[in-house]
Design a protein around this ligand. Structure first.
Ligand SMILES: [Mg+2]
Length: 241
């Protein structure tokens, strides 16, 4: 089967993996939200709520999605309509900026795939709003190269649930047998994509730690850097898949 679309995971795939301390990241929010108060207690509560959401997504096999940041804020009693929330959210997202830079191979890879008539999708498990992901992609020049992007912050489910993969296939107007998924997580990405009939390429450099789910998978290909995806797809298209 020819490859007509390639769908990428975001964190650890289009953007290289960074080890992140959630309490430290939420500290940027808390410090801007209540400047006169010790930021650590609020940062801890937000980090704990976020971690609980990720655990629920894992334990439910993605049937319970990630939810969105606004769910976390509601849970800890933050009024998201206030100016101080807006300032704090901006500080939090800016604090993430050094960790969201695109892989150095990403721009050339997406351009080369599109040059071969292949459509580009993104499917990310994320609590962040679409507008922030689009700002990140736009900053790094990737946004015009993406035909369809699905964020779990807008879905009731998350990877590896089949509905998440079907959502991006629907957005691309493509069938799974003509679509390749590229991701860094054996369970969420590789198992999930293969379960709906996609081929899956693993980029195995993320230090998943306690986010790793034990699963026996056989990726259709493994690449050591993102740019190698082009060679794999070209070989499948040359061989007729
Ligand atoms: Mg990932």
């Amino acid at each position: 089967m020819a490859v007509r679309a390639v769908v990428f995971d975001w964190g650890g795939t289009l953007t290289p993996w960074h080890d992140i301390d959630l309490v430290e990241m939420w500290g940027a929010y808390a410090a801007a939200y209540e400047p006169a108060v010790d930021p650590v207690p609020l940062a801890r509560r937000l980090a704990e709520e976020e971690a609980a959401r990720w655990r629920l997504q894992q334990a439910s096999l993605g049937a319970d999605g990630t939810g969105a940041l606004d769910h976390l804020f509601a849970t800890v009693g933050i009024d998201v309509s206030t100016p101080r929330h807006g300032r704090a959210l901006a500080a939090y997202l800016a604090h993430w900026d050094p960790h969201t830079l695109a892989d150095p191979d990403a721009l050339a890879l997406l351009a080369a795939l599109r040059g071969q008539g292949i459509r580009i999708g993104v499917l990310s498990n994320t609590m962040w709003p679409r507008w922030h992901h689009e700002a990140v992609f736009s900053r790094d020049g990737l946004l015009p190269l993406i035909d369809a992007a699905i964020y779990s912050s807008e879905l009731p489910v998350a990877k590896p649930h089949a509905d998440a993969f079907h959502a991006v296939l629907f957005a691309l107007g493509e069938s799974p047998e003509f679509t390749v998924f590229v991701g860094d997580r054996p369970w969420d990405d590789i198992h999930g994509a293969q379960s709906v009939g996609m081929r899956a390429i693993l980029l195995p450099h993320s230090r998943l730690g306690d986010q790793a789910v034990a699963v026996a998978v056989s990726p259709d290909a493994v690449v050591q850097r993102l740019g190698e995806v082009l060679r794999v797809v070209e070989a499948w298209n040359t061989d007729g898949g």
